[in-house]
Every structure is written in structure tokens, then in C-alpha cells.
Design a protein around this ligand. Structure first.
Ligand SMILES: O=c1ccn([C@@H]2O[C@H](COP(=O)(O)OP(=O)(O)O[C@H]3O[C@H](CO)[C@@H](O)[C@H](O)[C@H]3O)[C@@H](O)[C@H]2O)c(=O)[nH]1
Length: 320
């Protein structure tokens, strides 16, 4: 994200995070005076205030995001994902920030795990700020993602490492489906939100989906293996079979913006009798927008998508 913003000519970028070692790596990698680094934790509002002091735009991605670990430490998910997000919003409003974009996940929809539940509350916190502060100069919006391909600790790099080590692929449930997004698509989604958001908006990028079984076969193909050896490990703590990016109720309110859906804030007050219901009639409202309600990619299509990932395209051991 920072790289894209620098390329777009950003005058200044403040990076705020807990890990000084990662910041040091990033400092060396960027070697750009426009980038400044702030150590802190979203749980500590004073540290957030320092980082957003002179910011126009805030992009909030700090999170505990791994499903199984949040099942063991749900309170930690609440502290970072809910309280921390509230701190980011409040500190940004106090500093006169123009727009805050918060990153959410499809796991926040019909949540069954602590990570998704805490992200759902983050979304509610953002929407409540917009609803309760209609005169604020700051726009708060949310982007909801499916799985970002090749993100740290995720299944694609894990499968690639296993095949490089000559080990079988560890498959949870071959029927599981997930939405797949590239990092570039997720950056575009955030930029779209910065440019188009009205207070309290939720944005989703339309995405392809695939089954875990298809994904495993497709990764095998990258190594020239038609049927890679697999080992079934069973569903992990808190995992769902399928994910939902938008509920049918959200779709009923959404506008179709080509590559994106925009769901506006329900900004009614608590006196419901004053209002009548509005929606966009040409959007299909019969089903959720879910990873099993879109046609799944087949193996060839998944291989083609994997080859668009820069790390895979650059790996001399792959693409055989
Ligand atoms: O060794 C493995 C690891 C994962 N999977 C499966 O692969 C899919 C993707 O798993 P993973 O890459 O670990 O992602 P998720 O658990 O779906 O969660 C990721 O994607 C979410 C968006 O849905 C983000 O919110 C989370 O932060 C991020 O960790 C799931 O169906 C897993 O069950 C396997 O079959 N074998």
C-alpha cells in the first residue's frame, strides 16, 4: 500500500506499527524521506494520536487476523480489532483527518469465529461513528476483503513451501470455498474507498472463488504435478465451509459500481416509523454474495490466476 501511495506521489506517509524490526526492514527497503515511522499499538490511543497528528488520510489495517489464534485468545482480538479500531477513529477525528478507511473481512459476515466477530464489531464501530456524528468533516468507511492471495501465513505460500520440501499438501476440507483477491486488487479497493466513500459506506470488490481442492491441484500444476499428494488435516478451529462478502440484506441496499459493490450507511435514527424502505431494484436480492454462490474457478483458471501473483511469476522453481 505504502509503495503504491509513494508511486502515486504522496507527499508524506506515516507508518504506525508495533514491530521495530519490521519497520527497520521497511525503512531500508524504501529509503525515502517521505516515509516516517512511528512505534506504537492501536490499543494505546496516545500512541495513535502521535501518528495521525498531521495526516489527511488514514488506512487502518492493524489487526489480529488469524482465525485459529483468535479462537484461543478472543480477548486479544477484542482489544486490537475492536478497541484499537475505535482508538484509530477517535484519534483521527480529533486530529482533523479527512478520511479513514478500515479493512474488514468476509469473516465478519455471519461470523462464527472470534476473529470475524471482532471484525464485525469493528465495522459496527465505524458505522456508528458516521451515524452519530453526521456533522463530522471526517469520512469513515470500511472495505471488506476475501482472501488476499499469497498474504503472509496463508494457504498458497504454505502449499508452495510444502511442495518445495517434497511434503504432502495439508488439506483441511477439499469442499471449502474462498474468495481470492490479488494484493493489487485489495490496494485498488482501498483507493476506491478513499476516492468515493460517503460517511459509513462499506465497499466490496467482486472476486473469483475456488475450492481448496482445486487450489491444491492448481498449486501442484505449478510444480508440474497433476495429482499432488495430499494429507487431510480436518477443519481448523473456527473455520467456515464457505464465506460471505455481502448478505442479501446488504445487497438489497447496494449499488453496483462495476468491479465494486457499495453499501451505504443505514443512517436512520431510532424512530423507525418516520422512514420508508429504499433499495436498488435491479440488484438480485435473493441470495447472499458468497464464495459458494458464484461459479467456482476450475483448475486451469486457478492456475492462470496463481501465475498473476508476482512472487509466483518470479519463482524460477515454478511455472513448469
Ligand atoms: O494448510 C492449509 C491451510 C489452509 N487451508 C485452507 O485454505 C483456505 C484458506 O486458508 P488461509 O489462507 O489460512 O486463510 P483463511 O483462514 O481463510 O483466512 C484468511 O483470509 C481471510 C479472509 O477471508 C482473512 O480475513 C484472514 O485474516 C486470513 O488469514 C481455508 O479454506 C483453509 O481451510 C488448507 O486447506 N490447508
Amino acid at each position: 500500500m505504502a509503495r503504491h501511495l509513494l508511486d502515486d506521489g504522496a507527499a508524506r506517509i506515516n507508518i504506525f506499527s508495533r514491530d521495530e524490526a519490521k519497520q527497520d526492514l521497511m525503512r531500508r527497503a524504501f529509503n525515502d524521506e517521505r516515509v516516517r515511522f512511528f512505534i506504537g499499538d492501536v490499543r494505546d490511543v496516545d500512541s495513535v494520536r502521535t501518528a495521525v497528528l498531521d495526516a489527511d488520510f488514514v488506512f487502518h489495517a492493524a489487526a489480529l487476523k488469524q482465525v485459529p489464534s483468535c479462537e484461543f485468545f478472543p480477548q486479544q482480538a477484542v482489544k486490537t480489532n475492536v478497541v484499537g479500531s475505535h482508538n484509530v477513529i477517535e484519534a483521527s477525528a480529533a486530529a482533523g483527518v479527512r478520511s479513514v478507511v478500515l479493512l474488514s473481512t468476509d469473516k465478519a459476515v455471519y461470523p462464527v469465529n472470534a476473529m470475524g466477530m471482532s471484525k464485525a464489531l469493528m465495522e459496527k464501530t465505524a458505522q456508528a461513528f458516521a451515524r452519530n456524528h453526521p456533522d463530522s468533516d471526517m469520512t469513515v468507511s470500511v472495505t471488506r476483503y476475501g482472501n488476499v492471495m499469497y498474504s503472509r501465513g496463508s494457504v498458497i505460500p504454505a502449499f508452495i513451501s510444502l511442495l518445495k520440501e517434497g511434503k504432502p499438501l495439508t488439506i483441511t476440507d477439499p469442499r471449502m470455498t474462498r474468495f481470492l483477491m490479488s494484493l493489487a486488487d485489495s490496494v485498488d479497493l482501498v483507493k476506491h474507498a478513499f476516492v468515493h466513500a460517503q460517511p459509513g459506506d462499506l465497499f466490496v470488490r467482486k472476486a473469483a472463488s475456488t475450492t481448496v481442492s482445486t487450489l491444491a491441484t492448481a498449486v501442484g500444476r505449478l510444480f508440474g504435478q497433476d495429482e499432488p499428494e495430499v494429507h487431510h488435516i480436518g477443519t481448523r478451529h473456527g473455520e467456515k465451509l464457505h464465506e460471505t462478502l455481502l448478505t442479501r440484506e446488504e445487497i438489497a441496499k447496494a449499488t453496483d459500481q462495476g468491479d465494486y459493490f457499495r453499501v451505504p450507511l443505514d443512517d436512520r435514527g431510532l424512530q423507525y416509523e418516520k422512514y420508508f424502505s429504499e433499495g436498488e431494484e435491479d440488484v438480485d436480492t435473493t441470495v447472499d454474495y458468497a464464495s459458494d454462490s458464484v461459479a467456482p474457478l476450475d483448475v486451469d483458471e486457478t492456475v492462470a490466476l496463481l501465475r498473476t501473483i508476482p512472487e509466483i511469476a518470479a519463482d524460477p522453481e515454478l511455472n513448469t
